[in-house]
Design a protein around this ligand. Structure first.
Ligand code: DMJ
Length: 624
């Protein structure tokens, strides 16, 4: 593997700068661990980041070289698509100009205290992982054992690396990097099928971000090892990936073909990590692989049954992205949309198709998927639902809310800033308020995984223009919907009977007002709500969001803390929710990171320097 392109770039620098860089480079390379910590100016976190360091030609450690030596059935296409290494454009500023809370000493002190509490929770979980599940994917937070859920390559360790760096846990970080460098082996696994998307966002994204922050070349080496492995999932006749990949068959050298049905999110959100890996190594094959997917999506975006959006399931075998009638924005579709503006930010606007795709998608989603849920206090909030379209004008909204879909508020805020779309910023506020409303509606203070609501009539594209009819609470309409969804006949009932019958269902299922059915009552330590609150805070500076975040954190900690760590809970309507003995790696990789960052100085991981992948791993943006 040649990393030569980046090294040659040094020759064009002014001689003195080149000499300094050379010294630095030699220093790092001769250091046994090549740890670049001293390059960073802050002791408390990751301020004062240095640019990525050019990397010596990379050879895998002999014991990890399997994937880089395994022959392809279908050689990488020639010519490869050229890397976007031109001049980045100047995007508008993403972060707010001012953060009023920062002007008050007491508020700064309060957020610093809150941040320490978040760190304490992180540290407790990390210590348990270290003690009971070192190098396993997860620690079971109640029973305490190790658990392998993502290939057995230490998912929690890799997902948590950059969080530790950001939290200033440098010795834990070093220990984890030492362990990763020698102890994580992507040439072996016990699982049959590997999820290419999860491996990309957690492992590849985790290593790349930890490298972007620390400059430790061993992390880039691990990222390239993951990249070498994953590239074999693209070794198909049309170079489209196999997203649920028979790893064992591929390792035996079997021929493979991409499946006829894959999830949109799983094929559409590999782009940021593969592109960053290519940019950091100078090796174009990873970028080529994902940019082909983006070009196919762009070519078919206007020809779907809901032009602008892609159906939930697409055909990778024939590269068909426009057949299907179901168009959600949450589970299984989400990050395909998330990566469109983020790719644009990552490559400094050099690949216009990402912005074009984003704007088309968001226009359609605003018109058809977003709606105002009827709620007792008349709060002006938005929820992102799913849509079925027959392609001939019949478009039906499924008014389901999902914790996963809460990422959209942050996305609208980011896209609104990057591309100068002020109306999207208003929509972002509505969407974030929708998730806050849902959190506040449940007795535990935490929103359920999925639920149904009653939509208000909407007359404007995103259901919240000034001319929209007021969304008035109609208790009987809500109760009627509760009974309908519970499968009860209401035609012959008068209002009193209907109300009494509904009350029984409401009591049995502990339905908060405005929620017509709880389709999944769990909370699995997901990040999306705090993610969007964090992004909205960084983009607007609105200080009330700090208290919102603290209420969320306190509720989550109260409901999920176990003796060892934090656990998924089975029912957020319960007074004391039961533990499910699971702590996914995103709790340390995402959720606690966003909580920590919102209570940090606003320039720690500035959105004008970094862009988060969907697993909250901050990747360095190309800047002019
Ligand atoms: C994470 O792995 C990522 O955020 C992904 O995009 C969605 N699911 C989880 C967290 O909920």
């Amino acid at each position: 593997m040649a990393f030569g392109a980046r090294r040659r770039g040094i020759l064009f620098l002014a001689p003195s700068a080149a000499f300094l860089l050379l010294l630095l480079y030699l220093h790092l390379w001769t250091d046994e661990h090549a740890f670049a910590g001293p390059l960073l100016s802050s002791s408390s976190g990751g301020h004062g980041y240095s640019p990525p360091i050019p990397v010596k030609d990379w050879q895998p450690r002999p014991e990890f070289s399997f994937w880089s030596q395994l022959p392809y059935h279908h050689n990488p296409p020639q010519p490869l698509k050229p890397l976007p290494t031109g001049k980045p454009v100047q995007f508008p500023r993403v972060q707010a100009e001012t953060f009023p809370a920062e002007k008050s000493g007491s508020k700064r002190a309060q957020r610093a205290q809150r941040r320490e509490k978040v760190k304490k929770v992180f540290k407790r979980c990390w210590d348990s992982y270290r003690k009971f599940a070192w190098l396993a994917d997860e620690v079971a937070p109640v029973s305490g054992g190790p658990r392998n859920t993502y290939g057995g390559w230490a998912a929690t360790l890799v997902d948590a690396l950059d969080t530790m760096w950001i939290m200033g846990m440098k010795s834990e970080f070093r220990e984890a990097v030492d362990a990763a460098a020698t102890g994580i082996n992507f040439t072996t696994t016990d699982v049959k099928d590997v999820n290419v998307f999860e491996t990309t966002i957690r492992y590849l994204g985790g290593f790349l971000a930890a490298y972007d922050l620390s400059g430790d070349v061993r992390l880039l080496q691990k990222a390239a090892e993951v990249g070498e492995m994953l590239y074999h999932a693209f070794d198909t006749p049309n170079h489209m990936p196999i997203t649920r990949w028979d790893w064992q068959a591929a390792a035996r050298g079997s021929k493979q073909e991409a499946p006829g049905s894959v999830l949109l999110a799983e094929i559409g959100s590999l782009s940021m990590e593969f592109t960053r890996l290519s940019l950091l190594t100078g090796e174009a094959k990873w970028f080529d692989a994902v940019h082909r997917i983006a070009e196919a999506m762009a070519a078919q975006q206007d020809e779907t049954a809901l032009p602008g959006l892609w159906p939930l399931a697409v055909n990778a075998r024939d590269a068909v992205f426009n057949e299907g009638n179901f168009f959600p924005l949450g589970a299984m579709a989400d990050s395909a949309y998330e990566y469109l503006p983020k790719m644009s930010a990552l490559v400094g606007g050099q690949l216009p198709i990402y912005r074009t795709m984003y704007e088309k998608a968001i226009n359609t989603a605003s018109r058809h998927n977003l709606f105002r849920p009827m709620n007792p206090t008349g709060e002006d909030v938005l929820i992102a639902g799913a849509v079925r379209s027959d392609g001939r004008g019949k478009v039906d909204l499924e008014p389901e809310g999902q914790h996963l879909a809460c990422f959209l508020g942050g996305l609208f805020a980011l896209g609104g800033k990057l591309f100068g779309r002020p109306r999207d910023l208003e929509t972002a506020v509505g969407l974030v308020n929708g998730c806050i409303w849902a959190y506040k509606s449940f007795p535990s203070g935490i929103m359920a995984e999925t639920f149904l609501t009653v939509p208000c009539n909407k007359s404007s594209p995103d259901g919240r223009a000034a001319e929209d009819p007021p969304c008035q609470w109609d208790e009987l309409a809500w109760k009627r919907e509760v009974l309908r969804l519970a499968g009860k006949e209401t035609a012959d009932m008068d209002a009193e009977k209907l109300s009494a019958a509904a009350d029984k269902v409401i009591e049995t299922h502990r339905l908060p007002k405005g929620f017509s059915r709880l389709t999944d009552k769990r909370y699995i330590l997901r990040p999306e709500a705090i993610e969007s609150v964090f992004i909205l805070y960084r983009t607007t500076g609105a200080e009330e969001l700090l208290d919102v975040a603290w209420d969320m954190f306190s509720a989550i900690e109260k409901a999920t803390a176990t003796q060892l760590a934090n656990s998924e809970v089975t029912d957020v309507t319960a007074d004391k929710p039961r533990f499910a003995d699971s702590m996914e790696s995103f709790w340390l990789g995402e959720t606690l990171k966003y909580f920590y960052l919102i209570f940090s100085e606003p320039d720690l991981i500035s959105l004008d320097e970094f862009v988060f992948n969907t697993e909250a791993h901050p990747l360095r943006r190309m800047l002019p």
